[in-house]
Design a binder for this molecule. Structure first.
Ligand SMILES: Cc1cc2nc3c(=O)[nH]c(=O)nc-3n(C[C@H](O)[C@H](O)[C@H](O)COP(=O)(O)OP(=O)(O)OC[C@H]3O[C@@H](n4cnc5c(N)ncnc54)[C@H](O)[C@@H]3O)c2cc1C
Length: 248
């Protein structure tokens, strides 16, 4: 089974987020980047298929050279080879089009993505990709078993789970639960050394059209100072909620 894992290179969740003075661009100064956490769950599940069922794993990122550490880390975790499509990712539709070309050329049986990127939270790449390549698609997956060309997928639904069957080829958007958190992989020294020798192919952009362009970003308003009210002062609380906060 040939697996492609799509890796999004995103700011660490602890990063302090700032924008350029005109608010038009994300300010990358001092920001640490990591593999998108949802993609880590997908990569860990891919590793299970590699170790138990002999699957091969290619990891892919649409991004400039600054995204390569996430690909190298994926190789250190155990992916066999990596592809970087050499263009900045600034539009989910364009990213899906770039990925689709590679999938079509290489006939992957299973494409694993994350449910959403934790930076821009578009949640659109996997669905658009599946449509462009005409693969079956299941979103929000918390479980995946493969037997031959048959897949059994557990999907999160409101308040519970749904179990579906499908056949390969298939696109899966994974999330927490696809593997247990304790089964996420941390690269060891041997993996890091081996990753240096594994192939990382740089593919030129297909110049996919950009459909959206950000104009301005705004941060949430700063929280006001807290006001402590005596536990018994119900009238004062109601007055403040009504006349000052204007929420009741
Ligand atoms: C430097 C930079 C500048 C950006 N500027 C803008 C901007 O101006 N406006 C804006 O809207 N967005 C911007 N983005 C975000 C960009 O749109 C998204 O990274 C990309 O388009 C994915 O869209 P999404 O959020 O819908 O991904 P989602 O659909 O939320 O991602 C779901 C899954 O798709 C896969 N995936 C997503 N992106 C990639 C990728 N690049 N390569 C491989 N797999 C991927 C991953 O598996 C991911 O878990 C910028 C990103 C970067 C790195």
């Amino acid at each position: 089974m040939k697996i492609l894992v799509c890796i999004s290179h995103v700011p660490d969740t602890t990063s302090k987020i700032n924008f350029s003075a005109d608010g038009a661009e994300f300010d990358t100064n001092g920001v640490q980047y990591v593999i998108n956490p949802y993609d880590e769950f997908s990569l860990a599940r891919a590793m299970w298929f590699k170790e138990k069922q002999g699957a091969s794993i290619t990891v892919i990122t649409v991004g400039d050279a600054s995204t390569e550490p996430s690909l190298r880390k994926s190789l250190a975790i155990g992916a066999d080879d990596a592809i970087r499509i050499d263009v900045k990712a600034i539009d989910g539709f364009a990213v899906a089009k770039q990925l689709a070309e590679i999938v079509k050329a290489n006939n992957y049986d299973l494409v694993l993505t994350g449910r959403e990127s934790i930076d821009y939270n578009g949640g659109m790449v996997p669905g658009i990709l599946a449509t462009l390549i005409d693969y079956n698609f299941v979103n929000a997956c918390v479980g995946l078993e493969i037997d031959g060309i048959n897949a059994t997928i557990t999907k999160e639904i409101d308040g519970g789970t749904e179990i579906l069957s499908s056949t390969l080829p298939l696109v899966i958007a994974g999330q927490k639960g696809l593997v247990e958190e304790k089964d996420l992989r941390i690269p060891n020294m041997r993996g890091i050394m081996m990753a240096r020798k594994k192939p990382l192919t740089i593919v030129p952009s297909n110049n996919a059209e950009l459909y959206t362009k950000s104009i301005k970003f705004d941060k949430p308003k700063e929280k006001g100072a807290c006001k402590i009210i005596d536990a018994g002062a119900i009238d004062e609380l109601i007055d403040l909620l009504h006349n000052e906060a204007k929420v009741i």
